[in-house]
Design a protein around this ligand. Sequence first.
Ligand SMILES: [Zn+2]
Length: 367
Amino acid sequence: MASLDHPPGVALIQQDPLFWFFDGNVVLLCHGGIAFKVHKGVLAFHSEVFDGMFRQPLPSPTQAEAADQIIEGCPVVSLDDTPNDIVHLLLVMYGRNQLSSAEEVVYPALAALLRVGDKYGAQAVVQKCVWFFMSMFPATLDHWEDARDYRHRIGFKDHDAIEVYNLLRHIGPSLRWPAPAPHPARSDVRPLKTPLPIALFLCAQLDEDVLRSGTRRADGTPETLSKADLECIVKMQRKLRRRGARIVSQAHTFAFDPKDCERSSSYVDPYADADADSSDEDDRRGCGGEDECEDAYEEYFGERMTDEVEDVYLGGDLFDPWIRARMVEVEKEGHVCGGCMDGMRDMHDQLRRRFWNELPTLAGMAK
Ligand SMILES: [Zn+2]
């Protein structure tokens, strides 16, 4: 990076190695004295704010020179942004990043683009970022697992939750998920309207000392939480942990319904033909479905649920897939009858959905 002659009183100015066009006609000056010599027309084409700015007459070269606002004959626009954020925006504006390949779509770039894209009214950039953010922070629980994998794939780290929360809170109501169609079979599926409750949920998974000390963006810029936000998250943490304990306790409590248990003499097969041979029923008689299924559940599910697994839920990660995946596994293994395992899984799913619907309230936001 070459240093430039700089106006007196201004810290050393360095030209960015990539965005310093010989025919540029405006210089953007960022934190740390990093400067970009770019084109007004390109900036204005992508950004409402730059468009508005360049339609106003900029100071004439003589006026600007007198006011130390000119570099290599170009007017200087001072920006209150980090060079990293501006580089990401320029990479998109100049077509170097089209957000189309795995290398281009990485979390630090998306966060920077959403932050400065929104600030400078680069609507097309924001819309593209919103699409990726929707994949990271889904509106429904059905997409939770995919979203978790996606966040991991694009380099989102747990502590980035603080940056995301600050970012989304700053952008505010302009970022709302489009309302998905109602679920045809389940009226208890209520999609989230904004990603904010999930950002808070992810913050609530962090240790309290991380929440208190804050974290850093990819370019080293500190991200901290306000005292009010910190209190809100710590409060949410307590609520999530209580709910996690309910999930664990429910998973440990085998619920028996003789009508559902395929090994019980009271079992009612919803698909049975009324005239069918009753020999199956004879087989079940006296085989003690409840004890058999309960014992098998204890042995094959309960004993797999180690303290380590329980700690995940007790720590507030209500939507971890472990319990659900093991329930499916135990059912497939055939130790517990399908009817009993269906019932246990349904109860677990219902509780998860209920807690998902509670997220805005748990996050201290109005529904
Ligand atoms: Zn059973």
